[in-house]
Every structure is written in structure tokens, then in C-alpha cells.
Design a protein around this ligand. Structure first.
Ligand SMILES: O=C(O)c1ccccc1NCC(=O)[C@H](O)[C@H](O)COP(=O)(O)O
Length: 261
């Protein structure tokens, strides 16, 4: 079993256990259900930098990245840096994240927040809304077309935006539908962790212009963004490059200043 299959198998069990304790009807009662959501897609369209900065403590590919910071400080730092939005990993077992991280990030900022999670069930979308997300991620590698349709339409009904992530032609071709807002190309192969920016460049022209294009993973320099922009990318999701430093907000700020020069 590859790591992605293992993550998803664990996730299915986790979601069923959670459902047995906190029913969906209870999540629906959260005060956050009525919260006006913020649009990441709009921010990316009008931004000069397009940076989506991630809160990421560890990962299956890199083990520990940074375990010594609190999410509130990271969030405030990213906001001050002028990022377009923030991605918060909520998986516990493989990334050391939690829904509490999302909630604390929400309490600390008014920038759009993406719940970065392996979403396989509508229940997780209710959680995303209840804990303050504006955007959810759907990963084409682990979902069928009909699952993408149901999950993205559920998100839209809750006024959440949807970032659909693909890694190859087949995933892209099966996934295109109007209930998506942003199309992300993951430069990392989630089955073997190989990273190449060429993946974004190869898929870019196949993504219709109606979707905001986001390049994800393995972006470690301003030059990389300058290389990707001519292919139509308006969003750049960066995790490790900021989180591996003592002050991710300051790193993001320097990065953005470099881009705006
Ligand atoms: O990052 C991983 O090792 C990973 C492994 C398996 C599934 C997902 C994984 N990452 C999730 C992400 O999408 C990245 O955290 C995100 O794109 C930022 O990537 P990076 O800038 O390379 O930290």
C-alpha cells in the first residue's frame, strides 16, 4: 500500500469514529455556519504575489519541519507579510495538525483560510465550515468524478470555495466541473514524493481559464514563481520553505517583497 492509500484508509476510520461522537447535526449548530466566507480566488486574481502560505509542522516526506511555533503567531506573521491566504493542515497523524489549529488561525486573522485535509466525506466539509475555513481542498488522486461533484457541491452550498488538486492529465480530465473555483497542480507526486515544477508547466495549458490556477509544493525561490507565472499561475502554495525557519511570517514577507520588486 502506498502512503497516500494508507493516509486515506486511516482517514476513513477517523471520520467514522468522529461521526459516532459528534453527529453532523451538531456541527451544523456551530456559530461559524453563518459566518460570511472570504474569497481566496478573488484575492489571488487581484494579487501581485499570489502567495498562499501554509502552516505545516511535519510531513510524510520530510518528517519534522517545525514543532516549536504556535499557530496564532504563524498566522499573524503571515497576515502581516501580506499573503493572499493561509493553508492550515488539519491532519494529526501524518502532519501534526488539528482542527484546533484551524480554529485558532481563524481567531487570529481575517485572511482566507484553506482547510488542508484529505477530504473523503461530506462530514469533513461541515467540520471545515464549523471551524472557520473559507476554502476546502479536494484531491483528485483519491476521489472519483462523482465524489468530486458531491463534495464540491456540498462545499458550495455552505458558501465555501473549492481548490481541486491534480497531479496528471487523467486526474485533470476527470475532474473539471463548474463547482470548482481553483485548480491546483501539485508538483509533488503524493505516492513517491518526487517533486518537479515541470508538472505545473505541463498541465497549465489544459486548465480552462475560468479557474484560478495554483501551483503547489516544492516552491523554494522567487525564481520558481517567476518561471511559473508565464504559464498562467496566479496562486503559489508554499509550506516548508517558510515553516522551516524560526519566523515563517518574516520569511514570507521577504519573499513577497522580493516578488514585488
Ligand atoms: O508534504 C508532503 O510530504 C505530503 C505527503 C503526502 C501527501 C501530502 C503532502 N503534502 C501536502 C501538501 O500539499 C503540501 O504541504 C503543500 O503543497 C506545500 O508543499 P511544500 O511547500 O513543499 O511544503
Amino acid at each position: 500500500m502506498n502512503i497516500l492509500d494508507k493516509i486515506v484508509a486511516d482517514k476513513r476510520r477517523e471520520v467514522e469514529l468522529k461521526k459516532s461522537l459528534i453527529p453532523a447535526s451538531q456541527l451544523m449548530q456551530s456559530v461559524m455556519m453563518d459566518r460570511e466566507t472570504l474569497s481566496l480566488a478573488k484575492q489571488l486574481r487581484k494579487s501581485r504575489s499570489g502567495i498562499i502560505a501554509e502552516h505545516k509542522r511535519r510531513s510524510p516526506s520530510k518528517s519534522i519541519i517545525n514543532n516549536s511555533l504556535n499557530v496564532e503567531d504563524v498566522t499573524e506573521g503571515y497576515e502581516q507579510a501580506g499573503v493572499c491566504g493561509m493553508s492550515v493542515l488539519t491532519d494529526g497523524k501524518y502532519f501534526g495538525g488539528s482542527l484546533d489549529d484551524l480554529l485558532l488561525a481563524r481567531a487570529s486573522t481575517n485572511i482566507p483560510l484553506l482547510r488542508k485535509e484529505f477530504i473523503i466525506d461530506e462530514y469533513q466539509i461541515l467540520e471545515a465550515k464549523a471551524y472557520g475555513a473559507d476554502v476546502i481542498l479536494l484531491i483528485a488522486a483519491v476521489l472519483s468524478r462523482s465524489e468530486i461533484k458531491i463534495l464540491s457541491e456540498t462545499a458550495k452550498a455552505l458558501r465555501l470555495e473549492v481548490l481541486l488538486e491534480v497531479h496528471n492529465d487523467t486526474e485533470l480530465e476527470k475532474s473539471l466541473m463548474p463547482s470548482l473555483d481553483m485548480l491546483g497542480v501539485n508538483n509533488r507526486n503524493l505516492k513517491n514524493f518526487e517533486v518537479s515544477l515541470e508538472t505545473s508547466k505541463l498541465l497549465a495549458s489544459k486548465i480552462p481559464d475560468d479557474f484560478v490556477k495554483v501551483s503547489e509544493s516544492g516552491i523554494g525561490s522567487i525564481e520558481a514563481i517567476k518561471e511559473l507565472r508565464p504559464f498562467g499561475f496566479q496562486g503559489f502554495l508554499i509550506g516548508e520553505n517558510f515553516m522551516k525557519t524560526d519566523n515563517p511570517g518574516l520569511s514570507a514577507q521577504k519573499f513577497i517583497m522580493g516578488l514585488e520588486k
